[in-house]
Design a protein around this ligand. Structure first.
Ligand SMILES: *Cc1c(COP(=O)(O)O)cnc(C)c1O
Length: 429
């Protein structure tokens, strides 16, 4: 069919784009501009963004310092693409990442630049864990999400996503996340019992892979104590610990890494989403030096050297050197917690419960279909807020760090209105 110019509205997407598109179905606007916590569509309508690129825009849209660094680099003809060649942009990122993130936390991990997606960072971590241990299986948890390429997909839990694989997904053993069987069953004890019992039928795994907050799986958050005991259980059995910090990392929980509060040191750490700080594709796997055993080119990829992303990543890292920034993130997280607590009280009759930690939060309701209706009602009111969980049963609230108090309060007011309206709509059905 022909697509008439000028393109406006969603006709071109409906006509030409694959059926696999998804976020745009929920938020069917055509966006033209974005800044901080706000986006505008081609009708000039303004939206408050609690979606934040599914966690890729922690610093908001087009953060000014990163934008300036990027524009300077582009205007100076800095190499944009570089495979894994040495560039000054990569050198600067590595230096600052070491000085601002790794060294102050006592971490000596090597930085492996993987293909620029989260799922590729997870593939790299799994390959390394399998190489180092000579074992094949990975333990992943209920509700976990680790990406959609086959190796990572095997560790992702949602039946709907797994169903697209078209081949059996193997070499992953599923274990219950904290709280899976309710408050009375300790799932680390459960794991340890199965690992230690030669009659359990569980082969010793190469690694455990875990998210400290399940971004796609419904915003369950592991307690520091559970994480510490999990890490100890792995270490005592010579099993590697992989923290998939692709969504909960880069400051979402209030600290740069989401596991800092627990005081654990993972063997492998996956970062992507907000590591570039600008929404530019970039991913990395941090590897304890003695585990860095993949040889040159064994895990390769054409776009591992996204130098534009290195430039913005280095610019955004400067924030973590500034105590005023971390204070601000903590204050925003505290305000969000307070406002969500008020929402949970207001909508107590809907079983509204707050999930997650820091600035990666969820709202669950008794009626599993309500989150989806709230998300749609919120969009009609100019608020972008998505759902999470295998049945889309949890509303996911993830404003950028840079949102100011008015923006946050305004967004939550719209959300309250959307919940009220979606709940009434549900009663009418
Ligand atoms: C988004 C995500 C991934 C996959 O990242 P992609 O860039 O979409 O491949 C993996 N793990 C977690 C925890 C994520 O949130």
């Amino acid at each position: 069919m022909t697509v008439t110019e000028p393109t406006s509205g969603t006709t071109v997407f409906d006509a030409l784009e694959s059926a696999v598109r998804t976020y745009c179905r929920r938020f069917p606007a055509v966006f033209t501009r974005a800044s901080g916590h706000r986006m505008w569509d081609e009708q000039g309508r303004e939206y408050t963004d609690f979606l934040s690129g599914a966690g890729a825009l922690n610093y908001g849209h087009n953060p000014p310092e990163a934008k300036a660094a990027l524009v300077d680099y582009v205007l100076a003809d800095g190499p944009a693409h570089g495979l894994d060649l040495h560039t000054t942009a990569k050198a600067r990122f590595l230096r600052r990442f070491h000085e601002v993130v790794l060294a102050p936390r006592g971490l000596d991990h090597r930085v492996q630049f993987t293909g620029p997606t989260g799922t590729n960072a997870v593939e790299a971590a799994f390959k390394t864990a399998r190489r180092v241990t000579g074992r094949t299986d990975i333990v992943a948890f209920t509700g976990g999400f680790h990406g959609l390429s086959l190796g990572a997909l095997a560790a992702s839990a949602t039946a709907f996503k797994r169903g697209a694989a078209g081949v059996p997904l193997g070499h992953v053993t599923r274990m219950p996340y904290e709280g899976y069987f309710g408050p009375d069953t300790d799932t680390v004890d459960h794991l340890v019992r199965l690992l230690d019992d030669p009659g359990s039928g569980i082969d010793r795994p190469a690694a455990l892979v875990v998210e400290t907050v399940q971004g796609e799986g419904g915003l369950a958050a592991a307690s520091p104590d559970w994480l510490r005991r999990l890490a100890a259980a792995a270490r005592e059995r010579d099993i590697l610990l992989i923290v998939d910090d692709i969504q909960a990392g880069c400051g979402r929980t209030g600290t740069f890494f989401s596991f800092e509060e627990a005081g654990i040191v993972p063997d492998l750490i996956c970062l992507s989403k907000s590591i570039s700080g600008y929404g530019l594709p970039m991913a990395l796997t941090l590897v304890r030096p003695e585990l860095d055993l993949l040889g040159p080119g064994e895990h390769s990829g054409t776009f591992r050297g996204n130098n534009l992303a290195f430039v913005t990543a280095a610019a955004c890292l400067e924030n973590w050197d500034d105590p005023a920034f971390t204070d601000r993130v903590a204050r925003t997280a505290a305000l969000l917690e307070e406002l969500l607590g008020e929402l949970a009280r207001t909508f107590g009759h809907l079983g509204c419960a707050v999930r997650g930690r820091g600035l990666i939060r969820g709202l669950a309701f008794t009626d599993d279909g309500l989150a989806d209706r709230v998300s749609r009602a919120a969009f009609d009111r100019g608020l972008l807020v998505e759902t999470s969980g295998a049945r889309g049963q949890v509303l996911k609230i993830m404003p950028p760090f840079v949102i100011d108090e008015d923006g946050l309060r305004g967004g939550i007011t719209v959300l309250a209105d959307a919940i009220g309206s979606a709940a009434t709509e549900g009663e009418g059905q």
